[in-house]
Design a protein around this ligand. Sequence first.
Ligand code: ACO
Length: 402
Amino acid sequence: AIDVGKLRDVTGLITLDPGYKNTGATKSAITFLDGEQGVLRYRGYRIEDLSKKATFLEVSYLLIYGELPNQAEYDKFTREITLHTLVHEDIKKILAGFPSNAHPMGVLSSLICSLSAFYPDSLNPNQSEEEVNLSIVRLMAKMPTFAAWAMKNKVGHPVNYPDNTLDYCSNLLKMMFALPAEKYEVDPIVATALDKLLILHADHEQNCSTSTVRMVGSSQASIYASISAGINALWGPLHGGANQSVIEMLEAIKADGGDAKKYLDKAKDKNDSFRLMGFGHRVYKNFDPRAKIIKQAADEVLGRLGVSDPVLDIAKELEHAALNDQYFIDRKLYPNVDFYSGIIYRALGIPTDMFTVMFALGRLPGWIAQWKEMREQKEPIGRPRQIYVGAGERDYVFINKR
Ligand code: ACO
């Protein structure tokens, strides 16, 4: 029964939906997803087609500007991004201020936010379309440089400057992996796999980080501040941090003797809180279409690179056992995109705490597109309500009387 006395401070009718599980915050023309049918489309194009046929920059253009670019538009977009890959030298001073064990996600979000200081025009909410486009190009161009530098800071190596003769992913890989004393050749298999991974992560409608970007942007904060906020939201283990948790779980299984079956049983035990990381999805209850594509890519990459890694062997064993286990079949628990992306990143030699940074690089065009749509739709400032459950009105009591 409702205690009417306790409701005296409620003002008007409010819908309570913690986690916004059934509350739409916007109308959007960017991404369609159907969790029951396992469908994901960007601007109407199937993810299966885009990941097979398009490049990440083509998909980025599609998400941000609404249509696939023609050759001239694509060349212009790519050229502009290439021209802006360098970052201001003073950014190295900011990087130098971080401890060497700083998590790369914290470094990345700080460096992205610092762009508001280097480009103060971005603080003007009434920027022209041309100025907004310049900020978009800067973000797309500089984020790989920041990501690679955040990794170099962590491993204690000198940073590499961008190589504008290379494509987007090859440049990123070179900045991440080249060492001053060694010749570095980008492996095309690795660059292609990375391009595909970025496409698969490019947008996923109103998830936690995307809603954050729109929410922060709705206060007319700069695009750099809004994207930086999205990076922080992505950092959490319940969101983008899940791919890191997958590898940590596999390493723990290996340290415990490598018995995948034992952990499968643990995950099924209702008296044990352990869950198989990288299995199940809140929205996809049939299958995650991205996981299907990425599984194939993982098989290809592992096969062609000839990687031999006991942790990846455990992953294969776990995947096989779970796909054939009645508990997982009954509950429609399939390996999700994070399961396979973690495996590929590890096979590519990317350090575990860089996994979420790689996710952020992929999600960037989606965040930009959603920020731009929010701005163009002139959405009101995001301001949820609450149901107040605290104390009723009280009289102040002086400290010596409490
Ligand atoms: N291992 C073992 N059992 C599981 C798992 C799992 N990974 N996931 C769900 N279950 C079981 C639950 O115990 C429950 O069983 P019951 O019906 O007997 O009680 C049933 O499956 C349904 O689970 P829910 O928690 O109700 O499913 P929900 O949709 O709320 O959760 C989630 C989805 C959070 C992804 C969950 O599957 C999970 O915790 N997975 C592991 C973490 C993970 O991989 N997260 C990444 C998600 S993908 C992404 O963020 C891009």
